[in-house]
Design a protein around this ligand. Structure first.
Ligand code: GDD
Ligand code: MN
Length: 365
């Protein structure tokens, strides 16, 4: 059983893994360490690259996940597979300075400290080659996060993806982790029901070695979701808020198109209603793909087109429900806005139920 296991989440990091293993070997010389890569079935063959190393290097192994994505959830699953008393989390792209690892391990071994986080924002730390704007965004996000995070004293870099813990911390907090998004360190602090005893060590965040970053709008939304889950989420489930928000935007689009078609183009109510249903359906598809179902989104032209068509099919009965309810209300009251609104709400309930199972295949998750 190794003393220290480094969990390395990977997605399309084929050209980084061998260099990382070499650097770990150099930095951890004399220590009893192992590295567990957790790969989400990367199309570039990252898992094969790790397996090729594992064949002749018993310190290295790869855990493969199929049909799932996510940095934090990968780290959690990796930790579950380990038995080492000390666990580190580190990116595969060489941005995290591996020479800091022995210092982190020493700090934990001295006793008392449960977690050591590597920080870009304390004296001695930094970011190599970051433009001013990116520094500002990162600082602002850090400030906002610290508002939610009430740990005292404050973490200087709660968004860091580079840290080490005692295994007992994982055993205690692991079952409560949210697993949403990129911010696994933050997740530990937000999910522990008590202040964790931590230390910070400075490091310089290096430029990515090979490949591309996976941080995008979706991942940023996940940070907002993680923070929401641990604040307002205690009262109302965040998924419910998201569904309602997307639904509300869909109803807004529907009524907008309906209004323009009737008031602007003098279309008959039923024709305008069909047009509004089609536009709202299309915009809801794209919105749901990036917001509601961002944990299993459809990507690429072919998948999107197929998804859109299946979304139309899945929504067709909802559209009929929408149309029928609206026509009924319009017949009775002759108020286009009220009729359109009632129809859209009736259709939306049906649509969520069918598309979540059909278009995004949630049951496979
Ligand atoms: N298994 C798995 N699944 N791994 C993933 C996934 C995923 O869906 N997405 C990203 N990773 C892996 C990457 O392959 C990489 O090894 C690591 O997670 C970090 O991803 P990057 O795409 O390089 O993220 P970044 O450099 O923009 O952000 C990193 O640094 C920030 C600052 O410290 C992350 O560690 C952030 O959490 C951190 O805030
Ligand atoms: Mn990176």
């Amino acid at each position: 059983m190794p003393d220290l296991t480094i969990i390395v989440p990977t997605y399309n990091e084929r050209d980084n893994v061998a260099v990382l293993v070499d650097r770990l070997a150099a930095a951890l010389d004399g220590l009893d360490w192992s590295a567990l890569f957790v790969d989400d079935n990367s199309p570039d063959g990252t898992a094969e690259a790790v397996d090729a190393i594992a064949k002749h290097n018993p310190r290295v192994a790869c855990l493969k996940r199929i049909g799932r994505r996510g940095l934090s959830s990968a780290v959690i699953e990796g930790m579950q597979q380990t038995t080492a008393p000390y666990l580190a989390v580190m990116d595969a792209d060489l941005q995290h300075d591996e020479t800091v690892l022995p210092k982190m391990l020493d700090a934990l071994k001295q006793g008392g400290t449960e977690l050591v986080a590597a920080s870009r924002y304390m004296a001695g730390g930094g970011m190599e080659g970051w433009p001013k704007v990116r520094r500002m965004i990162s600082r602002t996000a850090t400030g906002l996060t610290n508002l939610v995070l009430k740990s005292t004293p404050r973490l200087t870099d709660p968004m860091s993806g580079f840290f080490m813990i005692r295994r007992e911390v994982f055993e205690e907090v692991g079952p409560k982790l949210s697993g949403t998004g990129f911010k696994i360190l933050l997740d530990f602090f937000l999910s522990a029901n008590r202040p964790l005893v931590f230390q910070e060590v400075p490091f310089t965040f290096r430029p990515r070695h090979m490949g591309e970053s996976k941080l995008d709008v979706r991942v940023s939304l996940e940070l907002v979701e993680l923070l929401a889950e641990r604040t307002v989420g205690r009262i109302v489930p965040v998924k419910f808020i998201l569904f309602t928000a997307v639904g509300a935007i869909g109803v807004g689009v529907h009524l907008g198109v309906l209004g323009i078609a009737i008031e602007g183009f003098a279309l008959a109510f039923n024709i305008a209603q069909i047009l509004a249903i089609w536009v709202a359906m299309t915009s809801n598809f794209f919105l749901n793909n990036i917001v509601t179902f961002r944990d299993s989104p459809l990507v690429g032209g072919a998948a999107l087109l197929k998804g859109l068509l299946s979304f139309y099919v899945a929504c067709s009965l909802g559209a009929v429900v929408n149309f029928a309810v609206a026509a009924f209300v319009f017949d009775m009251l002759a108020l286009w806005a009220l009729a359109g609104f009632t129809g859209a709400v009736a259709g939306a309930v049906w649509n969520y139920a069918t598309t979540s199972a059909f278009t995004w295949k949630r049951h496979k998750q």
